[in-house]
Structures are given as structure tokens and as C-alpha cells.
Ligand binder design. Structure first.
Ligand code: TXA
Ligand code: MG
Length: 543
């Protein structure tokens, strides 16, 4: 860092400002640009002097290579010696977007950009402002995240300014970043794509696109002493706010319990799920921030870095944090949190793995559950427990009877009459759920605690509405085309085609499950295929 310079604030929506950013970059200056993941600190990737300025502005160790950003596929061929078929397939599927592919570099990439490695990470961002700036500069742009080395990556122009004012020529404001954690870095120089840094493009998405994918073990445990990292970035302390983080890992209900046992010091800061706020606020009145609902991986990644930076503006001396579930779209956020916590965490898992499975009726949840039962899992069916309770549980019957007069007579529930009342009335359904869900959840908890099985499968059609998702280590939906589930319902249940149709219409669409669940299985109508997928799930997530 030489003498301080004046940093221009440019507007991503203004053509003139894009042109200005392009001119600065073409002239060898450093400009911070928005991308859909985080803000990047960009310079001409082919100009050693310009790249050196990035390292200076960031205070970045010179052995940590930069990602090179392009706006079109044709720009890649001159930068690599080989653009493997698997990389092309991933590029077609996920670019432009939050994915970086590590390939063998060509001599055109200066050693300073690749930090002396013989490979280079390449990314085609989706953010329209990033793309416009690459085009305006007319060169590929090397861009690490626009933070001072070691701090959380910036996801707003204001956060970039906090770190970079006086250090770079300009900052382009493109609004808050939609994804919020950095791109998935994938090494495609071997046969199987290997994730070196998890992000919004998940291992499951990569495997679905090209048949296989793996995650480098160092991603989840940090590096062993003396181990050589695959991505140099793995070895640096990262994303760290000033205060140390105490990270609680496990099902949301268990992490909340453990966190509230420790919280309450006047200097505490808390990062928790939206549904935990009331309980946490009873203990801590200040510096309590929400990552979003515990199922909402998109919100977690969008908010994480901004909130970690927010703690730096407070006097928090430690940060107690509820960790999201680490699967699917949760992998990226959890990796950043673990890194920020130095790979230390409080293990709140209950000694067994609890899997919540959901999906529309007729989706194949019971096939999934039956196979895991064969493998020794305790299977708990929420509908069956509900039916048990409405025959045996006098307290619950009394509550139902007082909200829905006439449906309980001499201690016996008229299920048809109750069904008719709640089917057409959303408020009535909510009221009934408020009475039954907590009770069903409590019974499930008791039975999990009483069982010796290492694995519990909770088959719950309303997994998230009931809050039973908060007992789970992992949540999964079985998705099925409507036609397949209609056939299954008709052949299995005693209903007319109209009733089957009405039942399906009342249930959520695939998008709902995609948003809420960690993992998905696709039931395409073949039982053998669904069984195969279930066995693969068991091997990968239950061992
Ligand atoms: O989303 C992103 O990727 C953002 C935006 C600005 O595009 N960029 C970003 O860059 O996060 P940076 O420099 O902060 O992180 C790059 C990561 C580091 O962990 C680095 O070690 C790894 O990618 N990396 C870069 N080139 C590599 C290579 N040739 N081989 C292995 N790892 C590489
Ligand atoms: Mg970075």
C-alpha cells in the first residue's frame, strides 16, 4: 500500500459509470465490483503490475491465487491449456453463476495471478454489472473478495468502502449480493469434480449434472498439521469477526437449548435462527441477530457476512452462533462459520441421526422409510401418531372438542366431521394444527429418546409447519411427478379421482420442498430406482 488515493463511488446502474470502471481497469487500476456472490476486487488478470495492486490493497499473502472472471466462454480457451469435457458440461449447466472451475493454466496467465501454481480458477459471474464491467474493460478480471485479508467478505458497497476506501481507484455499487457466500470452487483437473470450497452450487447439483462429485476432506475439518492444502485459501484464518465465535452444531432445537444455557453475559452477541429470537431475547437484550428461519439456507448465506461484520461494530466479546444444517445448500454457510470459529464447535447432536422426510402424499416417503427401517432405523410416522393421540389422548381430545364443538362425543372423535370442518377453512386448519403439532412433536421426542436405534426417520407430511424439522439433523423431501402420485393414491387409498385430485391440489409444489429441505430424492415412478437412491442416501449421510 502506497499513499492513500481517493476512491470513487460509482453506480452499477449508470452506463457512464460502467464505462469509467472499464477505463480504469484497462489502465491497470483496481476497482471493486459487485457479483452475485460477494464483491470482488478486480484488476486486469493479464497485467502483473495491476494484479500486484490487488494483493497490496487486500494485504493478501502472495501465495494465495486469484480467480479470473470472464463474461463469455470464448474468453476461456486462451487462458487454459485444456478445457476438459466435464468442465464444459458444468459450464453449460451453471454459468453464468456462482461457480469457479480450476483448470490447467496457459502461459498467458501471469504467475502472480495464479500465485505460481500451474492451474487457474475461472468464473463467469451472473451479476449483470460484473458482466458489463468485464466487457467494458475488454480483459479477463482477476478478482478476490473485496475485503481486507482475513475479514468477512463484503456483500454491500458500504462494507467494501469500510475496508477499501483510500486503497483502490473505485467501488461500483450494484446493491446487496444475492448469494452472499463466495462461489463453489471445483477442481476439474482430475476425473471427478472435486469441491475445494463449497458454495451455492452444491455437491448434489454437480453430481446430478455430471454423474459424480466429491468434496475435499479439508473443507470440513480444516488442515492437519503439515498438510498441503489443495486450495491455498484453505490454510488461512478467514471470515473472522473480532470477537471469537462459539459455534453450536446439531438440530436447531438442541443448539438453541445449549446456546441459551451459555448465553446471558452482558458482553455476549448472538447469531441465531428467526424462530429462536423470542427465547434468546429473554436472556440477551442486545446484539442478537437472525440468520433467517432454520430451514432457509438461502437467507443464511445471504446474511452471514453482513452480520459477522455487524458484530465488529458492537462491543460483543464473544459470539454464540446457531449453526445451520451442513447439507445441500447449507454446506457453504457452515464451512464459512466453521472456518470463522477455527473448526471448533459445541456438538449438540443427540448421539443419533434424526432424518426428517417429507413430500406430497403418494411421493414414496414410505418406501424411503421402509428401507431405512431395514437398516435398523426407528421409523416414526406423524400421521399414525396423530391417529393414536386422537383415540387415546384425552387432553388433546378435550382441546379439539372445545375449539370444534360437536366433533368429539363421549370421548370419541368424529374424524369425518372434523375433516369436513378443516378441509375448506384455512384458519380452522391452523387452529387444529396448533393443538396437535406440539403434542405429536413431544411424542416423537419421547420415542426417539427411548430408542436405542442409531438412526431415526420421522415421516412427517407437514414437517416445517409442525416445527418437527427443528428436531432433525437432516431434512429430505421425496419429489414425484403429480401423475405418479395420483396413480399411487388411487391404487392405495380408498378415494375417488376427484378426492385424489383435491388432496394433491391442497399440497405444496416442488418449489416449496426445494426451498425448505436440505436434500431431495426424485421418485420417477420406478420403485427399484427409488430404493437405489435411498441406499445411496444411507451410505452417504447415515454412516
Ligand atoms: O465468489 C467468488 O469466488 C468471489 C467473487 C469476487 O468472484 N471471489 C473470491 O475470491 O472469493 P478469493 O480470492 O477471495 O477466493 C479464491 C479461492 C481461494 O480459497 C483460493 O485459494 C482458491 O479460490 N483458488 C483460486 N485459484 C485456485 C487454484 N488455481 N487452485 C486451487 N484453488 C484456487
Ligand atoms: Mg476471499
Amino acid at each position: 500500500m502506497k499513499e492513500a488515493c481517493e476512491t470513487l463511488l460509482l453506480h452499477g446502474g449508470a452506463k457512464r459509470d460502467i464505462a469509467k470502471a472499464g477505463r480504469l481497469l484497462a489502465a491497470g487500476e483496481v476497482v471493486a465490483v459487485p457479483t452475485e456472490t460477494v464483491y470482488g476486487l478486480a484488476a486486469n488478470a493479464l497485467d502483473e503490475q495491476a494484479v500486484l495492486r490487488i494483493f497490496e490493497a487486500k494485504g493478501r499473502p502472495q501465495d494465495n491465487p486469484l480467480i479470473v472472471h470472464v463474461s463469455a466462454l470464448e474468453q476461456i480457451d486462451p487462458l487454459v491449456t485444456e478445457f476438459p469435457a466435464v468442465a464444459r458440461a458444468l459450464a453449460r449447466r451453471f454459468w453464468p453463476g456462482p461457480m469457479t472451475l480450476v483448470m490447467k493454466k496457459s502461459p498467458r496467465i501471469p504467475d502472480r495471478t495464479s500465485a505460481g501454481l500451474d492451474t487457474v480458477g475461472i468464473r463467469m459471474p451472473a451479476h449483470p454489472v460484473a458482466r458489463a464491467i468485464i466487457d467494458a474493460a475488454g480483459v479477463p478480471l482477476a478478482a478476490p473478495s473485496a475485503n481486507i485479508s482475513g475479514k468477512p467478505s463484503p456483500t454491500t458497497a458500504a462494507d467494501v468502502m469500510d475496508d477499501m476506501a483510500g486503497r483502490v481507484a473505485a467501488v461500483v455499487d450494484g446493491g446487496p449480493c444475492a448469494v452472499g457466500v463466495e462461489s463453489t470452487v471445483i477442481d476439474v483437473t482430475g476425473g471427478v469434480p472435486r469441491i475445494l470450497r463449497p458454495g451455492a452450487i452444491t455437491e448434489e447439483m454437480i453430481a446430478a449434472a455430471v454423474g459424480s462429485a466429491a468434496t475435499d476432506p479439508a473443507v470440513n475439518r480444516g488442515l492437519a498439521a503439515g498438510e498441503k492444502p489443495k486450495a491455498p485459501g484453505m490454510k488461512y484464518r478467514h471470515y473472522a469477526p473480532k470477537a471469537p465465535i462459539v459455534l453450536f452444531e446439531g438440530p436447531p432445537e438442541a443448539t438453541l437449548r445449549a446456546l441459551t444455557e451459555q448465553a446471558g453475559q452482558p458482553w455476549d452477541g448472538v447469531l441465531c435462527f428467526e424462530e429462536s429470537l423470542p427465547a434468546v431475547r429473554q436472556l440477551c437484550s442486545r446484539r442478537v441477530y437472525s440468520l433467517g428461519y432454520s430451514w432457509d439456507h438461502e437467507a443464511h448465506s445471504r446474511r452471514l457476512f453482513a452480520l459477522l461484520r455487524q458484530f465488529d461494530r458492537t462491543r460483543a466479546k464473544r459470539i454464540l452462533a446457531q449453526c445451520p444444517r451442513p447439507f445441500g445448500a447449507g454446506a457453504g454457510t457452515v464451512n464459512r462459520l466453521r472456518k470463522a470459529a477455527g473448526f471448533q464447535s459445541v456438538d449438540c447432536r443427540g448421539g443419533k441421526t434424526v432424518i426428517g422426510v417429507t413430500g406430497r402424499s403418494g411421493s414414496g416417503k414410505s418406501v424411503f422409510s421402509a428401507i431405512l427401517a431395514e437398516k435398523g432405523a426407528l421409523v416414526l410416522d406423524a400421521d399414525a401418531i396423530y391417529r393414536e393421540l386422537v383415540t387415546n389422548d384425552s387432553e388433546m381430545l378435550a382441546a379439539i372438542g372445545s375449539r370444534f364443538p360437536g366433533v368429539v362425543r363421549s370421548g370419541v372423535l368424529d374424524r369425518r366431521a372434523l375433516g369436513a370442518l378443516v378441509f375448506s377453512d384455512a384458519q380452522a386448519r391452523l387452529d387444529l394444527n396448533a393443538i396437535t403439532h406440539g403434542r405429536v412433536g413431544a411424542v416423537i421426542q419421547e420415542r426417539i429418546a427411548d430408542s436405542d436405534a442409531p438412526l431415526a426417520v420421522l415421516d412427517v407430511p407437514l414437517l416445517f409447519e409442525s416445527g418437527i424439522d427443528r428436531l432433525c439433523d437432516v431434512t429430505l423431501a421425496v419429489l414425484v411427478p403429480r401423475e405418479v402420485s395420483r396413480k399411487r393414491i388411487l391404487s392405495r387409498d380408498d378415494v375417488t379421482p376427484e378426492q385424489a385430485e383435491a388432496r394433491l391440489a391442497a399440497q405444496p409444489d416442488d418449489e416449496y420442498y426445494r426451498k425448505h429441505c436440505d436434500l431431495l430424492l426424485q421418485n420417477l415412478g420406478s420403485r427399484a430406482d427409488l430404493e437405489g437412491q435411498t441406499r445411496m442416501f444411507f451410505e452417504k449421510y447415515c454412516k
